[in-house]
Design a protein around this ligand. Structure first.
Ligand code: PBG
Length: 337
């Protein structure tokens, strides 16, 4: 018998890391990170009408809900223990214009949803997105002057948009636009209107990413978007710059910061969590969801296991929580134990 097949061979090892993995109880005992339902924020797409549940083709298992259905789904999410939902409107194309006027209409889809969720009485935080892309005819997050996104004029509209959402009952304002100086301007505008307890979760390091494609399908901007967002969203090549962006947003009053996308940017999540110790969230974006869902649908991945592993990875990287389209599924799974 040669040495490699000798089952009785013994190494003299002091350290055997496998001892701590020898059974389920042993693994649980030394586990460093846990995913909890309270770590999940559920992004929800809204559409006009009633009784609607429109499938988003590029995100199997994700729907756009009319406000009445959204209220029911969100109540269910609250029962599962999900602490917050983030609302994204698919605005009627007829209501989109160059100035994003609909963004500051107190009766827009998001504001109506906020009031309906509040009226429904669910114990859940409502996060609203501040950016102009669901409302502009050109699909950009800011106002255009020719081909240029004008920063300061955009910030003025964003501040009004934030106040409009706070009046409708939003708990957390989440600016995703990447304009300079918007956090300070939004904080001042909220405070001036008596909304000093409304929180700001800043998309502090948001990259110009190819992983947002399915989201743009969901809110109806993929066909209308003129050009790209690289003059305001960050270059995927940059990490140090993310730390500078986060520092600025915290100085200006952000209560929480976010890194986006998620899984391809876990290094940034870790660096930001370590450098600032502020609540740091990650957004597992539409393209990440689509990749996992597509592979699972083809039988190429175990969808449930890959979902849970991907979410745990955010916690291991130092995230306080994750925005994820998997939230209801993951919550149900966590509840089942
Ligand atoms: C735009 C916004 C985007 C997402 C959230 N807010 C897309 C973009 O910047 O074009 C992407 C979310 C996702 O892909 O899931 N303000």
């Amino acid at each position: 018998m040669n040495a490699s097949s000798d089952q009785s061979a013994r190494l003299s090892l002091v350290q055997r890391p496998r001892r701590n993995r020898k059974s389920d109880w042993a693994r649980r005992l030394v586990r460093e990170t846990r995913l909890d339902v309270a770590d999940l924020i559920w992004p929800v797409f809204l559409i006009e009408g009633s009784g609607r549940r429109d499938a988003v083709a590029s995100m199997p298992g994700v729907f756009r809900y009319s406000v009445d259905v959204a209220v029911e789904e969100i109540a269910r999410a609250a029962e599962l223990g999900i602490p917050a939902v983030a609302l994204f409107p698919n605005t009627d194309p007829a209501r989109r214009d160059e100035h994003a006027s609909e963004a500051v209409n107190g009766d827009n889809l998001v504001c109506r949803a906020c009031r309906a969720i509040r009226a429904g009485g669910a114990d859940i935080g409502v996060v609203t997105d501040v950016a102009l892309d669901p409302y502009t005819s050109h699909g950009h997050d800011g106002l255009l002057d020719g081909d240029e996104i004008v920063n300061d004029a955009t910030v003025a509209v964003l501040a009004r948009q934030a106040v409009t959402q706070a009046r409708a009952g939003a708990d957390i304002i989440a600016p995703s636009d990447m304009m300079d100086g918007r956090i300070g301007a939004i904080r001042a505008a909220l405070d001036a209107e008596g909304f000093e307890s409304v929180q700001i979760m800043s998309y502090a390091a948001k990259y110009a990413s190819a992983f947002y494609g399915p989201f743009r399908d969901a809110i109806g901007t993929s066909k209308t978007l003129r050009g790209d967002k690289r003059s305001y969203q960050m270059d995927p090549a940059n990490g140090d710059e993310a730390l500078r962006e986060v520092a600025l947003d915290l100085e200006q009053g952000a209560d929480m910061v976010m890194i986006k996308p998620g899984m391809p940017y876990l290094d940034i999540v870790r660096r930001v969590a370590d450098a600032f110790g502020a609540p740091t969230f990650a957004y597992q974006v539409s393209g990440e969801y689509a990749m996992l869902a597509a592979a699972a649908a083809n039988g190429w991945l175990d969808g449930e296991a890959a979902m849970m592993e991907s979410l745990l990875a955010f916690k291991r990287a130092g995230a306080a929580g994750v925005l994820t389209y998997f939230a209801p599924r993951a919550a149900a799974r966590l509840r089942a134990g």
